[in-house]
Design a protein around this ligand. Structure first.
Ligand code: NAD
Length: 484
């Protein structure tokens, strides 16, 4: 077998110890790897590289296109950017998968039956980090959900289910509240699902969905989530298997992939030789499948199961009544190596075949260009006079007009407060003033937007930003103020 070039980063804290253990196991199992090492993490941050990675390291990543990464320490204090987010975004790693599996009775858990794969969208949502303070009182974070970004991750979830013989894909969104952003995610899910009639689908509002995962995780198979919910729920799901220390994850893009443990660099136990290398081993197993060495992945995975079954446990898992031997990182790796070629007797053995090793290649549809019409504008103002009184503001700007656009309503934090607001509604200094034709049936032009903001500015109002109100193929695509 020809060797596959990969890039390896030893990371910080327990990183070097668990990476050593993982590489030794892969070598003993016959993995054919040509390893290039890069340095990332704390030292680079402290040397002034704000993303924790030096320019030279990108050369290695660009040539191997596969990174096996140990956890790193992000120094505390401001000014440092998340290395993980930088790598995911720079390399277009849009799909994060985390298998969350219980190994009862060998690992204690309240949920003995659990075998769930979380597929998390990795690039969009609030993770663009596009944030602004807009007034003295109000900050905002932009949540961006795109049709192509969503279509990619939805197709990935279905293709993953197909490749790994999974039966059902469950999506979780909050489209009862975020009808446009989460609504798009849900809509694309429903559209793509039609192309996979052999796979069952279901949808949950994310709050009750998360509660069900915590309560009855055994009923979930593949769970598909937008970025923020996926970040939170995948930690919950990993934790309830009994230990986050057993989680490995992959980050997959069109041309690049990164594999890692889900835990951090555990500085509290670094250098003691007691860390559990299992999370990184499971990440490496996913990597071996990805680079087309599924038989090596299978040997390691089954030997790892057997080690757990034989009660050879690192300190984080050790329980007197369950475990036989408490071992450190190195001895655990040696125990796995000694069991290569063996299969577990209680935990179901894995069987990685050619199908699971096939790269998931996603093709998405061209976005349809709709007929777009400007039917109004929300002008956001910073206003605090007269104890932030809605009527004072409304009466002050009610005569401002351009073309058919005139003041229809003012809302504050999404609640309509003018005209005829409820005096009980709590108002901040951040107001959204909607200008449009009264029935929103007469389009205007961007010149109307400019004219309205100019008139407001001339009258002494502090314009923070505008959001155009558009229809796409005649359908309104903006939210109404609560109470409108
Ligand atoms: P952590 O996951 O490092 O540690 C949490 C607890 O779990 C600690 O008590 C630790 O000893 C234990 N633990 C973690 N991994 C273990 C293992 N393999 N074996 C045994 N015990 C283990 O989380 P933290 O303390 O919040 O973060 C420490 C550092 O790691 C921070 O700088 C954080 O930014 C970073 N971090 C990095 C990544 C990553 O690189 N992917 C992920 C999360 C946190």
């Amino acid at each position: 077998m020809t060797k596959t070039a990969i890039t390896v980063a030893y990371g910080d804290g327990i990183g070097p110890e668990i990476m050593d253990a993982t590489l030794k196991i892969m070598e003993a199992a016959g993995a054919q790897l040509d390893i290039e090492t890069i340095e990332i993490g704390e030292k680079n941050y402290l040397a002034g590289f704000t993303s924790g990675i030096k320019p030279e390291a990108w050369q290695s990543l660009n040539s191997t296109k596969v990174l096996l990464k140990a956890p790193i320490t992000t120094p505390s204090g401001g000014g440092y950017k998340s290395l993980n987010v930088t790598i995911r975004k720079t390399l277009g790693l849009y799909a994060n998968t985390r298998p969350c599996v219980s190994y009862y009775p060998f690992v204690q858990t309240k949920h003995p039956v659990m075998d769930m794969i979380i597929v998390r969208e990795n690039e969009e949502d609030t993770y663009g980090g596009i944030e602004h303070q807009q007034t003295d009182e109000v900050t905002q974070c932009l949540k961006l959900i795109s049709r192509p970004g969503t279509e990619k991750i939805v197709r990935f979830a279905f293709e993953y289910a197909k490749a790994y013989g999974r039966k059902r894909v469950t999506v979780m969104v909050k489209d009862n509240i975020m009808k446009i952003t989460d609504g798009l995610f849900h809509q694309v899910f429903k559209e793509v699902a039609k192309e996979y009639p052999e796979i069952e689908t279901e949808s949950y509002i994310v709050d009750i969905g998360a509660a069900r995962i915590a309560d009855t995780p055994e009923r979930f198979d593949v769970v598909l989530l937008p970025n923020l919910y996926g970040d939170i729920i995948s930690d919950i799901a990993a934790q309830i298997t009994g230990s986050v220390g057993l989680g490995g994850s992959s980050n997959i893009g069109d041309n690049f992939a990164m594999f890692e443990a889900i835990h951090g660099s555990a500085p509290d136990i670094a250098g003691k030789g007691i860390a559990n290398p299992s999370g990184l081993i499971l990440g490496a197993i996913q990597m071996l499948v990805y680079i087309g060495q599924p038989e090596v992945a299978e040997r390691i995975h089954n030997a790892w199961f057997k080690t757990l079954e034989d009660g050879i446990h690192t300190g984080d898992l050790y329980k007197e009544d369950l475990s036989k031997e408490k071992v450190g990182t190195k001895a655990f790796a040696e125990a796995v190596i000694a069991r290569l070629g063996q299969r577990p007797s209680t935990i179901p053995a894995v069987d990685y075949n050619k199908e699971s090793s096939k790269r998931i290649e996603i093709k998405i549809n061209e976005t349809k260009i709709a007929k777009k019409e400007l039917v109004g504008v929300d002008v956001f103002l910073h206003f605090y006079k007269d104890h932030k009184n809605a009527d004072t503001l409304g009466n002050g700007i009610k005569n401002i007009k351009s073309g058919d656009f005139e003041l229809q309503l003012i809302s504050n934090r999404g609640v309509k407060v003018y005209p005829n607001g409820n005096p009980e509604t709590f108002c901040t200094d951040h107001w959204s003033c909607r200008f449009c034709s009264l029935k929103m049936d007469k389009p205007g032009t961007y010149a109307d937007v400019i004219s309205i903001t100019q008139q407001l500015t001339d009258a002494g109002y502090d314009v923070i930003k505008t959001e155009n109100l558009n229809t796409f193929d005649g359908k309104p695509t903006f939210s109404l103020g609560q109470g409108q």
